[in-house]
Each structure stands twice: as structure tokens, then as C-alpha cells.
Design a protein around this ligand. Structure first.
Ligand SMILES: Cc1cc2nc3c(=O)[nH]c(=O)nc-3n(C[C@H](O)[C@H](O)[C@H](O)COP(=O)(O)OP(=O)(O)OC[C@H]3O[C@@H](n4cnc5c(N)ncnc54)[C@H](O)[C@@H]3O)c2cc1C
Length: 399
């Protein structure tokens, strides 16, 4: 597949080359890597070290804290390249987002405590906001943090938490005032949330695995918090201001998910084209000569160009510091377009591969769950359509 580079900055070209170089040793033993991820349910440590080596985990971290401060466009390029080569893992994305949150809102003490460790690969972070009783409406959460001397004490339950078993810490959003207290004080439901960095192995934290098949190498868990003591300096941003702290990282997360979806689409197109060129079942022409096989792949190639354009536009908007509302619109639309595209790419890749498409050895079938997830999480397509309807079209909100 032609790898066009019009519009890429010199920095993006460098990132792309660096990532390709970093991935080469893993590509050489791809099957072994994939088997390890599948069987052990986690990313090999040497892959994490390789990402640290090229500075990817420090992309949102200022240099004074050991980071590379490369920014969102650079990290999105890296996510795109890694996914296009068939690699990637949500824990690296989550750790990156959490680092951004600390770098933007953390106190000097919090930054010194966590950022150098993240950039140096010594701290992996999961993210926990979802609760069973709240779902999409995170503001219904009930997990509660109370101040006791120089500690916070947290009680509650989070669910669907990805890769917390592999993490050292989890960035967790909790209420610092109950819903009832808010109502009595006449405050909105968005008020009085706070963000904490919690030791994933602290006394009082227990995990129940969920029977979910979504991402190979990353499991989901329900996290029970029973009187978990968190040092005061692990509060990120001001007390009660967690809503704003959290929302500031959502746009970059959507851009990174969109970039990963673009990379996955490229990977799936390449696998499909490779197979369609070789597989012969009638006469002497390969199946790729049949337009019923060829056109769906050509359609993906066109849509990939559009999705990438919007994804990098959103990244540039964020890095350029333009109005967050405008950045949010691009980030949401990019995620919507890229997620739908990746789902179609997985479906068509399976179809192109015929019965082999269902073989784990071929490596296409796992993309069905992985890409389909992006229509639901980290934000569903319905919520993006709601956002566009309300904020871009000015239509009334229904919920
Ligand atoms: C594999 C996986 C990994 C995850 N990892 C994490 C993680 O690491 N950390 C974390 O905190 N969470 C995580 N999540 C949670 C994920 O973000 C939630 O599943 C998601 O926010 C939706 O919540 P819900 O599942 O309760 O769906 P619900 O809120 O019950 O929604 C059900 C359906 O109703 C639709 N809907 C709801 N409200 C509206 C509305 N107003 N308008 C239109 N449609 C609406 C939704 O779009 C959805 O289709 C993960 C989930 C999965 C499946």
C-alpha cells in the first residue's frame, strides 16, 4: 500500500521512522509476541521498555520531569504507526493520558512524585471512572473520598477497569461531597469530584475479573475500594475540581483512539490485500481481481485518508492551543469516523479471508472485538452524535 506523506511535518516523519525502527525486532518475531500477549494476558515488559527508550511514555511530560514533551500530534503519529504494524496496548495510552492529567493539573509535589517514574517506565497507570450504577453518566458516581489528616480515605466500586492488574497505580475519580450534599447546597451534579492517584496494590483494593473479550493482552476488572488510604499529595488538581481536571484530558484521548483506529484500519487493509493477491479459487486469477472483493477494500482506503486527515487536524488543534470547544468537535468527529471505519475494516478483512478469517493463527478475528469496542468506549458513538447535535448543530438536548 502506498504510504503517502503529504502534509506530515518533519517531526511526524521522524516519529514515524523512530517507531518503525523500534518495532522491527518485534515484527521479526510477531507470532511469538502475539502468542505471549494472548496467553499471558499482558504486554511483554520488553515492549514497554522499547516505548520508554524512544520517549513515547514521556510525550506529555515536560523535559524538567524527565519527559520528551513531544505533544499530541507526535503521540498520535506513534499510535497510528504502531497500530498499522499490528502493535499497541491500551495501558500505554492510559498511562499517557494520566501523565497528561498530572502534568496539567498536579501540584509540584505530585509531578515530582509521578512524572519521572512514568517517563522512565517505572510506573504504569490505569484509569477508573466508570461505575455500574452510573455508566455513560459518570456524574452519577457514588465512590466517595474523605479527608483524614494527611490522607484521603476512599470507599466505593469501579467497573470495566482495563489492565489495572498490570498497573502500579490507577488514576481514579471520586466524589469529595455526596450527591445529597450537592443537592442540599444547590450545586450541580458536575461539582465536587476529585481525581486521585491510587496505588493499585494498596490495602483495601481488591479486584474481580470480568468475563469480557475485547482487547487481547488487557483484561477488565471490577475494583472494590474499602477504606483505601491515599496520601494527600496524590490528589491531582484542587479538591472538588476533578470534573475540569478530567475533561481536559478527554479530547487528547479521543484523538489517540482515532489515530489507533486509523493504524488498525491500515493494518487490516494490508492483510486483506496481501491475502486477496495470493488466494486463487477459480481459474488463475486471485480473488483480489473480483470487484466484490476489491471494491470494499478500495472504499476503506479512501475513507482512511479522510479519517487520518481529521485525526491529525484534531491533534494539531490541540497542540496549537486553539479553543477547546473547537478542538473537542474535531476530536469527537475524528473518533467517530475512525472507529466506524476500523469496524468496517475488521468485518471486510474477515470476509476477504473466508474461513481462515476465523483462525486465531491468521490474526484477523481478534480485530473484530478490538475495533468494535471503539464504537462503545471510551465514548459511545451515540454520545458523540449527541455532542454534534447539541454543540455543532444547536439542537436541543434530550437527556
Ligand atoms: C472493554 C472495555 C474497557 C473499558 N475500560 C475502561 C477503563 O479502563 N476505565 C473506565 O473507567 N471505564 C472503562 N470502560 C467503560 C466504558 O467507558 C463504559 O462501558 C462506557 O462509558 C459506557 O457505559 P455503560 O457500559 O454503563 O453503558 P450505558 O451507559 O448503560 O449505555 C448503554 C447504551 O445506551 C447509550 N446511551 C446512554 N446514554 C445515552 C444518551 N443520553 N443518548 C443516547 N444514547 C445513550 C450508550 O451509548 C450505550 O449504547 C470500558 C468498557 C469496556 C467494554
Amino acid at each position: 500500500m502506498n504510504d503517502f506523506s503529504f502534509g506530515l511535518t518533519d517531526e511526524q516523519r521522524t516519529i514515524r521512522e523512530t517507531c518503525e525502527r523500534m518495532l522491527r525486532p518485534f515484527e521479526a518475531r510477531r507470532r511469538e509476541f502475539e502468542r505471549a500477549v494472548r496467553e499471558q494476558g499482558r504486554i511483554p515488559e520488553e515492549f514497554w521498555s522499547a516505548m520508554v527508550e524512544v520517549g513515547l511514555l514521556g510525550a506529555f511530560i515536560p523535559e524538567e520531569y524527565g519527559g520528551t514533551a513531544m505533544g499530541l500530534t507526535a503521540l498520535a503519529t506513534a499510535s497510528d504507526v504502531m497500530a498499522a504494524k499490528g502493535f499497541g496496548h491500551p495501558l500505554y495510552l492510559l498511562t499517557g493520558m494520566d501523565a497528561l492529567c498530572i502534568a496539567r493539573a498536579g501540584s509540584e509535589e505530585t509531578k515530582r512524585k509521578f512524572l519521572p517514574a512514568i517517563a522512565g517506565g517505572r510506573a504504569k497507570l490505569a484509569f477508573a471512572i466508570t461505575e455500574a450504577g452510573a455508566g455513560t453518566n459518570s456524574f452519577r458516581m457514588t465512590t466517595r473520598a474523605r479527608r483524614e489528616g494527611d490522607h484521603w480515605v476512599i470507599d466505593g466500586e469501579k467497573t470495566f477497569i482495563t489492565a489495572i492488574d498490570e498497573s502500579d497505580y490507577v488514576m481514579l475519580v471520586a466524589r469529595t461531597r455526596s450527591r445529597q450534599e450537592l443537592e442540599e447546597a444547590g450545586l450541580p451534579k458536575t461539582a465536587c469530584l476529585s481525581v486521585f492517584v491510587v496505588d493499585s496494590r494498596a490495602p483495601g483494593v481488591s479486584l474481580t475479573p470480568l468475563p469480557i473479550r475485547a482487547i487481547e493482552g488487557a483484561r477488565q476488572w471490577t475494583v472494590h475500594l474499602d477504606g483505601v488510604r491515599v496520601p494527600a499529595e496524590n490528589l491531582v488538581g484542587p479538591e472538588h475540581a476533578g470534573g475540569a481536571v478530567m475533561f481536559a484530558t478527554l479530547n487528547p484521548e479521543r484523538v489517540l483512539v482515532a489515530a489507533g483506529a486509523c493504524g488498525q484500519t491500515q493494518h487490516l487493509i494490508e492483510m486483506s490485500v496481501g491475502y486477496a493477491r495470493e488466494r486463487v479459487v477459480f481459474g488463475t486469477k486471485p480473488i483480489g481481481a473480483y470487484q466484490a472483493v476489491q471494491h470494499p477494500l478500495a472504499d476503506l482506503r479512501i475513507r482512511l485518508e479522510a479519517a487520518r486527515g481529521l485525526t491529525y487536524k484534531a491533534a494539531a488543534a490541540y497542540d496549537g492551543g486553539i479553543d477547546p470547544a473547537e478542538t473537542g468537535a474535531y476530536a469527537n468527529m475524528a473518533k467517530y469516523l475512525a472507529a466506524d471505519l476500523a469496524v468496517d475494516a475488521a468485518d471486510r478483512a474477515i470476509q476477504t479471508h473466508g474461513g481462515s478469517g476465523f483462525s486465531e493463527d491468521v490474526g484477523v478475528i481478534s480485530y473484530w472485538e478490538r475495533t468494535r469496542l471503539m464504537r462503545t468506549a471510551p465514548i459511545s458513538r451515540e454520545m458523540i452524535l449527541n455532542y454534534v447535535g447539541e454543540h455543532l448543530l444547536g439542537l436541543p438536548r434530550s437527556y
